[in-house]
Design a protein around this ligand. Structure first.
Ligand code: SIN
Length: 498
């Protein structure tokens, strides 16, 4: 360990390569301070200690990053897909070589346990590896036209400069899920990390630099003035696409702001995922799946189980099984390898989650496990289960984004489908049943972009991730995800003399 150990509460952390801890902005291949000299603190959510002071850039630096991206993108797009792929593969390799350091940085700024951080770094790298290959398979079409002396050709070209705004719950994977397909096809990226967790993104930019990614193609703009950077990204006509992961409210605002320059949009927004458990399900499997979907990342994923909807005949048995699993959990600092669940991101987030639980309890819900929200600066919430919940409570309609599992009751298949669909969101959904006919029927009847049948761990670089309704537009990952960074161009070759 070459760096002096740093203290995080009772946990000491250090990096094998301390130069991965970057606290400046990365613009046109250079590490720079904010023009104003301003910085903002990044906190460890487990201890509320300051991890680092990071440069806080504004509109001027954002404009310069966009100009650098525009200047760099043409030469990059003119390279062969194989050459671009070689650079991306080197980036992927460096991420895997530095996995432990990247995981420590993530845990210290985001709070998730080290095992989950390691998993996320590998998941983030998998998008780079996948799109490095997929970039070689951007094919066009030849259209058989009515005129015999003409040929119709469709080619695919990079969209151009793309802006990316990413969330704090997956600080690395949400960058690579956006930047890797863009870079693979010849776009240039201008990226804003979240204020809470900028250090994972700056570390990845450092590795992209070392991998030989030319200057200007990946720019990273940390800031505590999100609207200054966001407004410039949305209004600048050089930016041809905006890709965003975050809340539906902010997604709608950005969509409106991008309308004037008619940008391409990818929006991965909020969710309100149901987990439907039928009486014919394997209940041990269902309880384990629901627990994983609910409490992963302490309930802070867009695809977290938000409403567990259980058939009345097996309700009590299911609650017992889920409570037994929750009873084995240990909350604390993510750096403690014996901890299973870390803190939520801020005290404000904790207060919001508590507000949802208080509302449910006031309306008649009962807390059957957990329910302790700590005190003072702590962001630790005991994994919680709520029973006797009904659809007039806020927990039915709002995204909880914390480790609280409300368990609703249904009696018929039709009622379960209606309850699942009774939301403006449509990202992830899950169902448990051993009746194959029912699995197909229900999977086809529920209005969500992702359906897990007898499975809740459904994410990977290989699948089209995205939602319907107010959960967003577009898909990320998979062979479909690359299309979001490509424009179609029709070329008519006339008078061929035949
Ligand atoms: C998200 O919560 O937005 C991403 C979750 C995932 O990729 O599994």
């Amino acid at each position: 360990m070459s760096q002096a150990a740093q203290r995080s509460g009772t946990f000491v952390w250090s990096l094998n390569d301390p130069t991965l801890l970057r606290t400046q902005a990365y613009i046109d291949g250079k590490w720079v301070d904010a023009d104003s000299g301003e910085t903002f603190p990044v906190y460890n959510p487990a201890t509320h200690e300051v991890v680092a002071e990071v440069a806080s850039v504004g509109a001027g630096e954002t404009r310069r990053a966009i100009e650098a991206a525009e200047a760099a993108r043409h030469a990059w797009a003119a390279r062969s897909a194989r050459e671009r792929s070689d650079v991306l593969k080197k980036w992927n390799d460096l991420m895997l070589e530095n996995l432990e350091d990247l995981a420590v940085i993530m845990t210290v700024e985001q709070g998730k346990i080290l095992a989950e951080s390691r998993g996320e770094v590998a998941y983030a790298a998998s998008f780079i590896e996948w799109f490095a290959e997929e970039g070689k398979r951007v094919y066009g079409d030849v259209i058989p036209l009515a005129q015999t002396d003409r040929r119709g050709i469709v080619i695919k070209q990079p969209v151009g400069v793309c802006a990316a705004i990413t969330p704090w719950n997956f600080p690395s994977a949400m960058l690579t899920r956006k930047a890797a397909p863009g870079l693979a096809v010849g776009c240039a990226m201008v990226c804003k990390p979240p204020q809470e967790t900028p250090l994972s993104m700056t570390a990845l930019a450092e590795l992209a630099h070392r991998a030989g990614l030319p200057a200007g193609l990946l720019n990273v703009l940390p800031t505590s003035k999100a609207s200054a950077v966001g407004d410039e990204m949305c209004s600048n006509p050089t930016v041809r696409k905006l890709t965003f992961t975050g809340s539906t409210g902010v997604g709608k605002l950005l969509t409106r702001q991008c309308a004037d320059t008619m940008k391409r949009l990818s929006m991965e927004l909020g969710g309100n995922a149901p987990v439907i458990v039928f009486e014919d399900a394997d209940l041990d499997l269902a309880a384990a799946g629901a627990a994983a979907a609910k409490y992963r990342n302490s309930g802070q994923t867009c695809i977290c189980a938000n409403r567990i909807i259980v058939q009345d005949t097996i309700y009590d048995e299911f609650v017992e099984k889920l409570a037994a699993l929750v009873g084995t959990y240990k909350v604390g600092s993510g750096l403690d390898e014996s901890v299973t669940h870390g803190p939520v991101i801020t005290r404000k987030a904790l207060e919001d989650i508590k507000g949802l639980v208080d509302d449910a309890v006031e309306r008649g819900a009962t807390v059957v496990a957990g329910g302790d929200f700590g005190e003072g600066d702590s962001h630790l919430i005991e994994p919680t289960i709520l029973c006797n919940v009904t659809d007039d409570m806020r927990v039915f309609n709002e995204e909880i984004f914390g480790p609280v599992a409300p368990i609703f009751k249904f009696s018929t298949e039709e009622e379960a489908i209606a309850m699942a669909n009774d939301t403006e969101f449509g990202l992830a959904s899950y169902l448990y049943s051993n009746d194959q006919g029912r699995c197909w029927r229900v999977a086809e009847a529920i209005d969500f972009g992702l359906v897990g049948v007898n499975e809740t761990m459904i994410s990977s670089e290989l699948i089209p991730f995205g939602g319907v309704k107010e959960s967003g537009v577009g898909r990320e990952g998979s062979r479909y995800g690359i299309e979001e960074y490509l424009e179609l161009k029709y070329i008519c070759m006339g008078h061929l003399g035949q």
